[in-house]
Design a protein around this ligand. Structure first.
Ligand code: 13P
Length: 238
């Protein structure tokens, strides 16, 4: 089980220090835990969580080693900081920052070649689900990744299924909807699949109890230590 907290554009460096100092002392059980702070907090998170089982991931990564790419950060830059992985193609990046299946695939390939682990995000919009296109969309998104991932790197890749209509809305997919989507994704790419979209302490157990759900990518509820720890506990028990 893997529980990853995506902080999005929340927490300054000093807020990160406070959160990670408390997380460092928490009892996490036998669960893989990842936090994904903003770039400006990565150094602080790595320093505070060194020697613990909590890994620190970035929220995106560029595919190149270096170059004239204003605003971007490479796998080598992250690795040197002690960051061990990155999210790629979160739906907010797809919707608000022009991320495409092609750039997502390039980022995934570059990050894996650069030695990072990757959580690659996929998921349909509400309109796509309502018009019966969920399977087509997920196939397209996952096949774009599968086309570039080297077999030898599969052990560092996970996919997060995040239905766009469930992100930040308080509406989760039902455990059955999540399980069905995860089964489809796993049939295309044999990697762990996390569920994301309004995961909270009170629904985590039910979602994580499904056979094809290998963990969660948590947004809002990862920002408060108590709720994040409760979700980690639910993962430990399921
Ligand atoms: P919420 O948990 O706030 O719905 O966010 C989900 C998400 O986008 C995680 O990447």
């Amino acid at each position: 089980m893997l529980i990853a907290g995506n902080w999005k554009m929340y927490k300054t460096a000093s807020e990160t220090v406070e959160f990670c100092a408390a997380l460092r002392d928490a009892e996490l059980g036998d669960v893989d835990v990842v936090v994904c702070p903003p770039y400006t907090s990565l150094h602080h998170a790595v320093a505070l969580l060194a020697g613990t089982s909590v890994a620190v991931f970035a929220q995106s990564v560029h595919w190149g080693f270096d170059g004239a790419f204003t605003g971007e950060v490479s796998a080598a830059m992250l690795s040197e900081l002690g960051v061990t992985g990155a999210l790629v193609a979160h739906s907010e990046r797809r919707q608000l920052f022009a991320e495409t299946d092609e750039t997502a695939a390039m980022r995934v390939e570059g990050a894996l070649d650069g030695g990072l682990s990757v959580i690659a995000c996929v998921g349909e919009t509400e309109a796509e689900r309502e018009s019966g296109e969920t399977e087509t969309v997920l196939r397209r998104q996952v096949e774009a990744l599968r086309a570039v991932v080297d077999e030898d790197h599969l052990d560092r890749l996970a996919v997060a299924y995040e239905p766009v209509w469930a992100i930040g809305t308080g509406r989760t997919a039902t455990p059955e909807q999540a399980d069905e989507a995860h089964a489809l994704i796993k049939g295309l790419l044999d990697v762990p699949v996390l569920y994301g979209g309004s995961v909270k302490p009170d629904n985590a157990g039910e979602l994580l109890g499904k056979q094809n759900v290998d963990g969660a990518l948590v947004g809002g509820a990862s920002l408060e230590l108590d709720s994040f720890l409760e979700i980690c506990r639910a993962a430990f028990l399921s």
